[in-house]
Design a protein around this ligand. Sequence first.
Ligand SMILES: NC(=O)c1ccc[n+]([C@@H]2O[C@H](COP(=O)([O-])OP(=O)(O)OC[C@H]3O[C@@H](n4cnc5c(N)ncnc54)[C@H](O)[C@@H]3O)[C@@H](O)[C@H]2O)c1
Ligand SMILES: O=C(O)[C@H](O)COP(=O)(O)O
Length: 600
Amino acid sequence: MAASASSTMLLSSKSSRASLSWKNQLASTSAFRVSGVTLPRRSLRQCPRFIVFSMDAKPTVLVAEKLGEAGLKLLKEFANVDCSYNLSPEELCTKISLCDALVVRSGTKVTREIFESSGGRLKVVGRAGVGIDNVDLAAATEHGCLVVNAPTANTVAAAEHGIALLTAMARNVAQADASVKAGKWLRNKYVGVSLVGKTLAVMGFGKVGSEVARRAKGLGMHVIAHDPYAPADRARAIGVQLVSFDEALASADFISLHMPLTPATKQILNDETFAKMKKGVRIVNVARGGVIDEEALVRALDAGIVAQAALDVFTVEPPPKDSKLIQHENVTATPHLGASTTEAQEGVAIEVAEAVVGALKGELSATAVNAPMVPAEVLLELKPFVVLAEKLGRLAVQLVAGGSGVKSVKVTYGSARAPDDLDTRLLRAMITKGMIEPISSVFINLVNADFTAKQRGLQISEERLLLDGSPESPVEFIQVQIANVESKFASAISDSGEIRVEGRVKDGVPHLTKVGSFEVDVSLEGSIILCSQVDQPGMIGKVGSVLGEENVNVSFMSVGRVAPRKQAVMAIGVDEQPSKESLKRIGEIPAIQEFVYLGL
Ligand SMILES: NC(=O)c1ccc[n+]([C@@H]2O[C@H](COP(=O)([O-])OP(=O)(O)OC[C@H]3O[C@@H](n4cnc5c(N)ncnc54)[C@H](O)[C@@H]3O)[C@@H](O)[C@H]2O)c1
Ligand SMILES: O=C(O)[C@H](O)COP(=O)(O)O
């Protein structure tokens, strides 16, 4: 998953070298030209992580899929540009060893083999669009190759395509067009349904989802949205009510999908969830094919639960010709056209070309997906705290009750270091990463963390608590607080009313040391179950035996309590994910008042 790929990158000391000014790092060597600096004439393969061009040569950019003219022009001003479309994987592997940068859309799989075949010469992969699921990020990082994308330029195009599919589906435009062209005139068969006054549920209220909502309001639809992480005031501002997942399913006449494909959203529409929908619901998908169980959709269409579906994206693209889904008469399909407008393609072409040229020049990019930015020595010292920061972010956001919307986060660093000696940018970026990546298609690193947080209306304030003692360790503890939200685990709310988690690094391992007002101590290595109960004998045994029966290994257990036999929180670290059944059984233990499972 991208999240882990980019954290690997951020932690890898080899890639961290790329974070230093390339000029400075390479100034002491000689014979190749590196951003105007002379380097030793040794094999290019020996220094794959730097921007290295032979003295007189321009870099070479391979454009493997059609790119807008304005983008090509920008690339050509700086580099030799080879536009070679429809290359086979073998041809791409052969060509890549002669290229410094590669530009693709979603149709080219940028695999590990490609990075291996590049022999270290490939420095930048530019994705002219949002999704980078076609790029092997871990391999890119391992090979010191920067990946940049174009995250905003096709938002409107995707939203417009969603609306085009919605209206075309409601009025059978595609089917009626095909029948007229086949010489038929079926006015009774293609009676449609009206949109005005109907309820549209927008699932995923991010960039594309909110643009779809805005347009659907203009069509006179009643728009609701489900997005556990969207701020309610942003929804309110365009007259959209945020609702729970089940409420969205139960009340929608139309459902439009706009969430990223993540482990949590994979096949989120399936037999079970189709059964919760209004009979005759109509579904639009311009997000990713994998969010729907396509076989279940065929069953729901056959059963009349789903009256129609309009799909731009598929689990496998292109889908097999004989796919029952594609052939279904109530399905309208387009070949992943969401971003395919002249304007969007010019926009993404410029966005990606600027990022690729900037990266080849050694500049930082706000759309870098895997760029490390911290000097190696700082990174080495901060390494365990970086892991702690990301995990605290991940834990904190999972404690937020759906629909609350996170707006304000306060991070407190307890440190004996003078403020000037502690650069918290990376820690803050990792907290942001931990909070946003699991719920979004955005990839966070030091370059884009603040930008992304701001774009999402997430305010992160930092406070440093100057502690007495030895400044040897850069940080004693990190505390993350989320204000003005409800929690799905009430005991995580501190006395002052915020969700609060706090952690420390012990022997190089990050630990969770506080939840709400309760002191706990559990290593942040696997996943965590938090239970609240009145302190009493036997609780550890009861929970432990449920987990033991399922062979789930408990790595850590700790109980934080107000006082003996008073309110307590039990934190249990587990190496494996317990089944839903085991979690249910834990929740049914009579003394347990509430519990939550937090994946790390
Ligand atoms: N068809 C196309 O050509 C095309 C074009 C652009 C984008 N896309 C796809 O559209 C999707 C949305 O793109 P975006 O730019 O709006 O991304 P975004 O990150 O701005 O928005 C995604 C939203 O989904 C929400 N979300 C995450 N998990 C959720 C869940 N379980 N339930 C409900 N909401 C959840 C997030 O909070 C976020 O607000 C992505 O999958 C992207 O790849 C497709
Ligand atoms: O992720 C994206 O940006 C869209 O799915 C568009 O993909 P495309 O560039 O292949 O059209």
